[in-house]
Design a protein around this ligand. Structure first.
Ligand SMILES: Cc1cc2nc3c(=O)[nH]c(=O)nc-3n(C[C@H](O)[C@H](O)[C@H](O)COP(=O)(O)OP(=O)(O)OC[C@H]3O[C@@H](n4cnc5c(N)ncnc54)[C@H](O)[C@@H]3O)c2cc1C
Length: 491
């Protein structure tokens, strides 16, 4: 089996949300990619995540798969962030809500998509080592077989082997709490809602099958010494609630902490890190999947262009330059959000104050931009406020029909939109690489957090949905931007 995929362009280690998104984007650009996953099936036992935020929905919309998630999930106008007043339903996005959907469903939907894209997935195979040379990377699997690729992406989660073998530092902050998380059955009625005590947060909730109860319960001591068991869960619940609710038939017992770390490099030669392999943090605020998906769509098209020889290697350095600071900022938010879940009357008072503050218009907008991921701004220099920000999904008029901007991003190619007189912008010798659209837009340009901005006469949208050039009455700077994002002038 493995011989058939020997010598591929890219190997992605880990078929979690990040790895699957990366593989999909690479494959959509025509790059030869293989995923290696140690789990033997795509069925995930135990759902860590319970959903994701607006920008992640927008990214799935850019690839034409958002309806698959919306059909199965439940939308909430208030993202769970411990702030009841943080309503985002008026935010300028097609998806002004958080989607509640367990991670096993999120991964099933992505796995179905990558199957449709005919991406080979080596399941039940664990990567045990890797070594790179000038022309590629050799990956060793647990059965001793090897696999060679031009590039390797470690999307192999928080304990990333790829990060460790590459020797990339993972600096940050140690855990200040630990909690047990489990999916079990119970024999006694369970209390509704979240409870705080002198340890921190606890909650039990019935899952959608009507049988399984998901339990989260903070431990008294920080304990990372052993793999948690059902007995540990029973003991913790009894101490907190005075009963263990008769928990049994556990399909999953795990532990999480608020350890916060970020890889010092996202790239070592031909090896990249993405998702939890590059950053870990408290689950408070539900940021993890979105950060991984944003890493994936930032790296995928850049790597594809380098693999195809369209762009020079240095394009790949923009992955770290853009994603590291954006994620560092999100990690600061998760540290603050986890601090608000700490026990004690003072923190409880602080939570109330923050909740009240979040109802103030400016504070609400600031926090909502951060939590939803809609305020991400890559530093691409000075200019129009759109530069480096995500393109809003406007309803354009193209050839007399209404067409959402994001529908042009499905094939992971840059899009150049001309809002001036038809034909007044052309992609020149990049015509093969860029989708040029003459369009009209008569509404206001409203960006999350910033509000209304002036209408541009042209935009170059990168395949990740971020704006790489803005025209304001002229095409000044367009050739440079095309050269930067689409590769030097093809001859
Ligand atoms: C309690 C809890 C609640 C959370 N809630 C949310 C939430 O509500 N919203 C949210 O967005 N995020 C949440 N998260 C975070 C989210 O679960 C992660 O950020 C997300 O799963 C990261 O995706 P990933 O693909 O980067 O890594 P992972 O999901 O960890 O995937 C890595 C994959 O790599 C595979 N792998 C690892 N090593 C190897 C190897 N050597 N060889 C082959 N395969 C390998 C693994 O089997 C796995 O499938 C939560 C996390 C926790 C702990």
């Amino acid at each position: 089996m493995i011989e058939e995929v020997d010598g591929v362009d890219v190997v992605v280690v880990g078929a979690g949300p990040t790895g699957m998104m990366l593989a999909a984007d690479l494959s959509l650009t025509g790059v030869d990619v293989v995923l290696v996953e140690r789990r033997s099936t795509s069925d995930l036992v135990g759902s860590r995540a319970g959903g994701f935020h607006s920008r992640t929905l927008e990214i799935f919309d850019q690839r034409g798969i958002v309806d698959r998630f919306l059909r199965e999930g439940k939308t909430h106008p208030v993202p769970y962030a411990g702030m009841a007043s943080l309503d985002i339903s008026d935010f300028p996005t097609r998806h002004p809500y958080t989607l509640g959907l367990w991670q096993n469903h999120i991964e099933r939907i992505l796995a179905t998509w990558i199957e449709e894209l005919n991406i080979p997935v080596e399941r039940g195979r664990e990567v045990t080592g890797m070594a790179q040379d000038d022309s590629g990377v050799e990956v060793t699997l647990d059965d001793g077989q090897t696999l060679r690729a031009k590039y390797l992406i470690g999307a192999d989660g928080g304990r990333s082997l790829i990060r460790r073998v590459a020797g990339i530092q993972f600096a940050g902050w140690e855990a200040s709490m630990s909690a047990l998380i489990a999916e079990v059955e119970v024999t006694e009625p369970t209390p509704v809602g979240i409870k705080y005590d002198d340890r921190g947060l606890h909650g039990l909730s019935l899952m959608e099958d009507g049988r399984t109860t998901r339990v989260v319960t903070t431990e008294r001591e920080l304990d990372n010494s052993n793999e948690p068991t059902l007995d540990d869960l029973r003991a913790n619940l009894s101490e907190v609630y005075g009963t263990d609710f008769g928990v049994h038939n556990a399909t999953w017992v795990s532990r999480f902490t608020d350890t916060t770390r970020q890889a010092a490099e996202y790239r070592l030669g031909r090896v990249f890190l993405a998702g939890d392999a590059a950053h870990i943090h408290s689950p408070a605020g539900g940021q993890g999947i979105g950060l991984g998906i944003q890493d994936a769509v930032n790296l995928g098209w850049k790597l594809a262009q380098v693999v195809k020889g369209d762009s020079p290697d240095r394009l790949l350095d923009t992955y770290y330059a853009e994603r590291h600071p954006a994620t560092a900022r999100a990690l600061q938010y998760t540290m603050a959000a986890s601090a608000l879940q700490r026990p004690g009357p003072r923190i409880s008072a602080l939570r109330d104050q923050v909740d009240w503050l979040a109802s103030l218009p400016d504070v609400r907008i600031h926090l909502a931009g951060l939590i939803t991921g809609l305020d991400v701004h890559y530093d691409l220099g000075t200019g129009h406020p759109l530069l480096g920000r995500r393109m809003p999904d406007l309803d354009l008029i193209v050839g007399g029909s209404h067409v959402p901007v994001y529908s042009f991003l499905r094939d992971v190619r840059p899009v150049l939109i001309n809002f001036a007189a038809a034909g007044s912008i052309d992609a020149g010798c990049w015509a093969e690489r860029v989708h040029l659209v003459d369009a009209e837009y008569r509404g206001a340009w409203v960006l999350p957090v910033l509000g209304q901005v002036s209408a541009p006469t042209g935009v170059l949208i990168r395949p990740d949905g971020h704006v790489g050039w803005v025209g304001e009455g002229t095409t000044s700077g367009l050739v440079d931007a095309l050269g930067l994002w689409c590769g030097p002038q093809p001859t």
